[in-house]
Write a protein that binds this ligand. Structure first.
Ligand code: B12
Ligand code: SF4
Ligand code: SF4
Length: 454
């Protein structure tokens, strides 16, 4: 894979045996790899914030030696029923920072054949080309680490790279500690994270039921969309299995091509799935993607930021993702709605040129509580006003019309407030017009007809 190919140039001395044998088998990759190696690396545009990005990746790197990710199980084995074992590992992983955890089988197809990243055969790492054997691990634990969406929304600017680094640092810590916990129960366990994978994370996560593979080429989860990183622990601990799941992604992606439209490198395909390595999927052109990273100086993330599923986990988007999970033509309407509300360009890059300092935390939880309180207050005011004007007792027609109007107003306020709290100006503006104009027109008509007693 691409990072292993890049390492042949950035970690090994020129003309190394590893590079010679790789390009003998894959001469078609040489020209691309040499061109990438000559380009400046990523993270160079972080200015004063660059050390933050370097430190986060260094934190993950400090947990990447074989002795960090693997080790001997405790001599005494704790007997656990598979359901109880799964409950314990999930509770532990969540306790120390995972945002979601699922368990499933480890299929041989998702295990790399050979070690690809050894950082130039650095001390503590298995050498490049060592055959990988995980046949003693029948089970996998897939962990999700959500990304900071404020930072991701700045894609492809520098703050998005910090979001990546932060989730990787946490992922390395949690997978390494979780594997250690499983070993303390007397079972074999290995962590797989950014600087030491032996498995393909996405299909493992699909088998465990974390989410589904998308058109963009990686995993969508119901809660975090594409805005999530994956860590894996493989083990011989007997575990009950959760996955896979159907959350409607396949039919949604068939109808939505937003990531393909916004991808600056043209790496994400339009149209139907194709067969690749025996799997029907949308196949990413990874060389185009990686070349763009070196042009822009970050890991881009535009596909992640602009996917309709990548939204904060608040009531408004939770409701939408429930609707999106049901396959049907309404999914096309949702795509049209996404384009109307969020526009057709990439999202506003708030972090542009000002770096991290311009990104304030949104305190979404606090705003949602205020929104709830404001909606209840408006409702109470509306009920009192209706009673004062005799609208509830004036017959079914007036009562029903007034209830619908009041419900519309309260719902509209909550929607506008939610978008405003996310600092999504365009959707907030559209929601004001969408809810406000009919509400004002209806109130004016009611006042004219003398319904309100004005
Ligand atoms: C190499 C790599 C890259 C390369 C190549 C990507 C690629 N598709 O191969 C480059 C540099 C381009 C890249 C880009 C990005 N990456 Co990347 N990348 C990896 C890495 C380290 C290895 C993937 C690999 O071996 N690919 C080689 C072959 C197999 O790729 P492929 O044929 O295109 O297959 C892809 C999918 O179709 C799927 N897959 C393959 N076979 C099968 C079979 C089935 C049944 C299913 C369901 C899926 C599936 O797996 C591959 C992608 O992981 C993984 C970590 C890991 N160990 O898995 C992270 C990983 C896939 N990347 C990740 C991310 C987030 C990104 C970016 C968004 C960058 C960013 N800002 O973080 C972009 C997105 C590009 C895109 N649209 O997919 C995350 C995805 C998280 C998620 N929600 O799924 C991962 C899992 C890292 C992590 N630990 O979280 N990446
Ligand atoms: S990370 Fe950027 S270049 Fe790569 S696929 Fe996503 S949008 Fe395209
Ligand atoms: S942007 Fe649309 S097509 Fe792309 S992954 Fe997200 S839902 Fe699927």
């Amino acid at each position: 894979m691409l990072f292993a190919r890049h390492d042949l140039h950035r970690c090994f001395p020129k003309g190394s045996e590893s590079a010679r044998s790789y390009y003998e088998a894959h001469p078609e990759s040489r020209e691309y790899d040499e061109r990438i190696a000559a380009l400046p690396g990523i993270g160079r545009n972080g200015a004063g914030d660059a050390p933050l990005f370097e430190e986060l990746f260094a934190a993950a790197r400090s947990l990447a030696r074989e002795s960090d990710v693997d080790g001997r199980p405790a001599a005494a084995r704790t007997d656990l029923a598979p359901e109880e074992a799964a409950r314990r590992v999930k509770a532990y992983a969540r306790l120390i920072g995972a945002d979601d955890v699922r368990t499933g089988p480890l299929r041989r197809e998702w295990v790399y054949s050979h070690v690809g990243r050894s950082f130039g055969d650095a001390e503590g790492h298995e050498p490049w080309g060592t055959p990988v054997d995980l046949s003693h691990h029948p089970n996998a634990i897939a962990l999700a680490f959500r990304m900071d969406l404020d930072f991701v929304k700045s894609a492809p600017e520098f703050p998005t790279l910090v979001a990546t680094g932060a989730a990787y640092a946490l992922g390395a810590h949690v997978t390494v500690r979780l594997a250690e916990y499983v070993r303390s129960l007397g079972y074999s366990a290995r962590a797989h994270h950014v600087y030491n994978y032996r498995v393909l994370a996405v299909p493992v996560a699909v088998d465990c039921g974390l989410g589904e593979l998308s058109r963009a080429g990686f995993l969508i989860t119901k809660e975090f969309g594409l805005g999530v990183r994956i860590g894996v622990v493989t083990t011989d601990l007997p575990l009950s299995h959760d996955g896979p799941v159907d959350i409607g992604v396949q039919s949604f992606c068939e109808r939505c091509e937003i990531c393909a439209e916004r991808c600056p490198s043209g790496a994400i395909p339009f149209g139907p799935k194709v067969e690749h390595n025996g799997i029907m999927k949308w196949k990413l052109d990874e060389e185009r993607c990686y070349r763009y990273w070196h042009t822009v100086g970050t890991d881009c993330s535009i596909c992640m930021a602009t996917c309709p599923w990548t939204k904060p986990h608040i009531w408004l988007h939770r409701g939408a993702s429930r609707l999106a999970a049901v396959a049907g033509p309404h999914q096309s309407l949702m795509v049209a709605g996404e384009k109307l509300f969020y526009g057709t360009g990439t999202r506003e890059a708030r972090g542009r040129s000002q770096g991290l300092a311009s990104l304030r935390p949104t305190r979404l939880g606090l705003h949602m509580r205020f929104a709830g309180a404001a909606a209840v207050a408006l409702l109470a005011l509306g009920v009192w006003f209706g009673a004062d004007r005799g609208l509830w007792s004036a017959g079914f027609q007036k009562g029903a019309a007034y209830s619908i109007w009041l419900g519309w107003l309260v719902f509209g306020l909550a929607v506008v407030w939610s978008f405003a709290a996310e600092r999504e100006r365009r959707p907030a503006g559209i929601a004001v017009a969408l809810f406000g104009v009919p509400a004002v027109v209806a109130a004016a008509l009611a006042a004219r007809a003398g319904w309100l007693g004005f």
